[in-house]
Design a protein around this ligand. Structure first.
Ligand code: HAM
Length: 416
């Protein structure tokens, strides 16, 4: 038997087969929450190609993502890559067509992304990622808007401030920290990467890397511990307080983000217990549009990405996954094969009325068909019959009350 590639998923309809954890129903439940919340915040949907020029990432994304690219040379000798993230793509879309849109531009998408990572809990080689991004507003009010959206996406799925928290930080704060201690601006991103890894790395390793950059580990630790909000962060906190969302955020300079393009406020959402990887991450990237457009367009920008993998794990852990059933409303029983044509006419008419209908495609015993109707959770069965004067009628049975009634075959939709 051919197996799927490591780190990739099959999505089954529920009920799930043994050892197959990924449900297409749950995926759609998550997608619906993403789409619906983005709509409430006035975001419009966009998409781009799943395959992009390799260069789009080698220049923009930073070392970690570049090491994880699914890239190859295509038959036209182009160096290409499956998209590992959406941000360079959306920056390109905006740089190309921003003049056609009113500012701020608020767009969302939930692409499938590909990263050649070591498959592990919360990390696969493909995932779906909600991306919400805003272009053309430099004020921290825009940062607050994005954090509020992130919070509301999770709330809509039933998660509360007891389940998750958004850790807010600022690259500028770290940049000032680094510059204030004589750090070489050309090595600032190197420094950010050490800070980014500090929670997962052995302390000796981080301390050594920091001292190579002329920075003391103890000072970094103290800066994180104090996490005194810079003015731009205070503005975001005040804005979120006014919305009643203050409980969902903390200032935490332990977050700095790994990607190269961030320039301002950055944030990551985590479960409160700290058992899962980051649920979402994002921040401000005010220079990316300019870089992607080679200086032609200059627009401040910010946004976040939220993956489906950690989110699904968290929802399962908190028992927030609803039960999913195929919703069949009506089963048409074909017990008299001489009435199959008439029964097909009823099936078609009821489906055209918008209801979901099942019936046995081939001859089958009546009791078997009825049992199947119960298994499907149908609310009604219909059966075409010949009445006393051999006129055609339909027997409608309500499967809850077990009540039966007859209607003329032409009236069946109206009588349902
Ligand atoms: P990121 O932090 O690389 O950011 O990814 C965002 C989220 O996607 C993560 O928090 C995680 O939930 C999910 N994710 C990432 N990699 C994987 C993986 N291999 N398997 C499962 N889930 C994963 C970005 O990608 C930025 N481009 C987000 C952004 C948008 N920043 C501004 N706008």
């Amino acid at each position: 038997m051919m197996e799927r590639l490591p780190g990739f998923r099959d999505f089954y309809p529920e009920p799930l087969p043994a050892n197959e954890p990924w449900s297409c129903d749950l995926r759609n439940h998550i997608f619906a929450a993403w789409r619906e919340t983005a709509r409430r915040y006035g975001f419009r949907e966009y998409d781009g190609p799943p395959l992009e020029p390799l260069e789009l990432y080698t220049n923009k994304s930073g070392a970690e993502i570049v090491a994880q690219l699914f890239n190859f040379v295509d038959k036209g000798e182009r160096a290409v890559s499956l998209r590992p993230e959406m941000t360079p793509t959306v920056a390109r879309l905006v740089a190309t067509a921003e003049r056609a849109y009113k500012k701020p531009i608020k767009w969302f998408s939930y692409p499938q992304l590909f990263r050649y990572e070591k498959p592990q809990k919360g990390r696969l080689r493909e995932h779906f990622q909600l991306n919400c991004d805003l272009f053309g507003e430099a004020d921290p009010a825009a940062d607050a808007e994005m954090v509020a959206l992130l919070v509301d996406v999770l709330r809509v799925l039933g998660l509360t401030s007891a389940d998750f928290v958004v850790r807010l930080s600022s690259r500028q704060a770290w940049q000032r920290f680094f510059a204030g201690r004589g750090g070489d601006p050309a090595r600032a991103y190197k420094f950010y990467q050490v800070v980014d890894k500090i929670e997962r790395e052995r302390p000796e390793v981080s301390a050594e890397k920091l001292s190579a950059l002329g920075i003391a580990m103890t000072e970094v630790q103290e800066f994180i511990r104090a996490s005194v909000p810079e003015p731009e962060l205070q503005a975001v906190l005040d804005n979120l307080s006014a919305r009643g969302l203050r409980d969902f955020v903390v200032v935490d300079y332990g977050v700095i983000r790994g990607l190269a393009y961030y320039t301002g406020i950055v944030f990551e959402a985590f479960d409160r217990k700290g058992t899962f990887r980051a649920i979402a991450g994002g921040g401000r990237y005010d220079q990316l549009v300019q870089q992607v457009s080679e200086g032609r367009v200059d627009l401040p920008a910010l946004g976040f990405g939220m993956g489906d993998v950690v989110l699904a794990e968290l929802l399962k852990d908190r028992k927030l996954v609803p039960s999913f059933q195929g919703k069949i409303e009506v089963v048409v029983l074909v017990e008299d094969e001489s009435l199959r044509s008439e029964s097909l006419g009823v099936v078609q008419a009821v489906r055209e009325s918008g209801r979901s209908v099942e019936f046995s495609l081939v001859p089958s015993k009546g009791d078997k068909q009825f049992k199947r109707a119960l298994e499907l959770g149908a609310t009604r069965t219909l059966r075409v019959e010949r009445g006393e004067e051999s006129q055609l009628r339909v027997r409608i049975k309500d499967l809850k009350t077990r009540e039966e009634r007859f209607v003329a075959i032409g009236d069946v939709v109206a009588q349902l």
